[in-house]
Design a binder for this molecule. Sequence first.
Ligand code: BES
Ligand code: MN
Ligand code: ZN
Length: 493
Amino acid sequence: MHVLQSSDALGSLPCAIAVPIPSESPLVGIAKELDALLGGAIADILASGEFKGKIGESTLLHAAAHPFKRVLLVGLGDPATFSPSVMAKVAGTAVRTLGKRGATKLAIAFPQQAAGDEERCASFAAEGAIAGSFETGTYQSAPERAIAITETLLLSQGFNADAIARGLKRGVAIGEAVNLARRLALTPANDMTPTHLAAEATAVAKAHGLEIEVHDAAWAAEKKMGSFLSVAQGSAQPPAFIVMHYRGAPKSEKLLALVGKGITFDTGGISLKPPEKMEEMKYDMSGGAGVIAAMGAIAALKPNINVVGIVPATENMPGGKATKPGDIVRASNGTTIEVINTDAEGRLVLADALVYARSLKATQIVDAATLTGACVIALGHAASAAVGNDDAFASLFLDAVKDCGERYWRMPLYDDYSNAMKSDIADLKNTGGRPAGTLTAAAFLKAFVEKTPWMHLDVAGTAYVDGETAWSAKGPTGTPVRAFVHLAEKMAG
Ligand code: BES
Ligand code: MN
Ligand code: ZN
């Protein structure tokens, strides 16, 4: 989908206009102008109480006498709690509501609340429009729910057009990255093998001028990545260890490492998962997809910072060569791990990836992983867990992502959780029992980052969702792409 800017007069626009309407507020700005053009029809609807202006709500008005033909009122929510990211939901709702009705083009107006913050509002509007156009059904002979919109205009009249132009460009880059991550996650594991994920990463690198290395099992063996390889050994598909470099500050020592779990399918291995919802384990590479897509967006946005993206990709399968419960493996830093449960495989592949990030002299590390079912129990689908070993970096991270369109909630990393990961026979074991499963998993990872400032993001409940919203399809959400991009920009200053 194309997102463009338009300064055309309202009355002459040749496509449907989406107007954000805050709840319980008088009509102002473009909404008021349109209301006048429509002879008070918007005021009438608001007075009737049938449209309340809630986020995700919309009402269609026909206006046959005008070139735009239709006006879609879109809820902006409570104006007191407005933030720029609301514009992503407004734009997504508009694109999906009109797109499902067969419209191919629409124009989105800015609310008064955007005045003075046009760049961020335009960024979210563009991102939300693009993300709203995403649908599942890519494997259907005739996609059932396709969104027909091919062009979205952001109406700049009355606002800072230069700021809107800048924001629009940024939002397009983020929106496209979000949809890329979603497409990678949605692709079933028979197509999305580690080899294919690496090919997709290579295509991203090529499109955006990033350096990329795709390493094979022999390379990982040379690096003594026994933990990563212990997961891969049960699969007929070869693993891939993907490394992407963005060098936006060649003179700086600072290096942000983004590490993503790339399990292209998680059967549980010999500790086999039950069949129910196992098909969702094709999404177990969502963290890795987020890294690959975010690297593309970062390269497009060119912040002044060095970023390395690392994705250890493999299937987790049972098989004659698979790791067995009780096996002891050795990670690339020499740490020995007793594999109690082969279904706790994410931490095993991340362990070697985190050690590798440190070997590249990463000064900050953030990993994202669909790591624990416990995280879904703790936070549901409302937020990702954020766990870290450095309060200053945690604050920086939380500040960077506070209005990025994804939610992160910090959880503690007490020594108690590390104690739960001690093995009687090896340095560590890979499970710590039922209590605080998200945090014992994080404590396991902490052993591999040592003192490097690090944040671990458990996106098990947020990388994909069951239901659709007015602004977004069901299935993969693109989490953690937005957080990664916002963080890289924040750290670049
Ligand atoms: N990929 C799963 C975690 C997961 C579960 C993500 C449900 C999304 C939805 C992970 O590899 C896993 O199996 N974790 C185990 C760990 C346990 C064996 C300690 C879990 O959470 O049950
Ligand atoms: Mn697992
Ligand atoms: Zn997994």
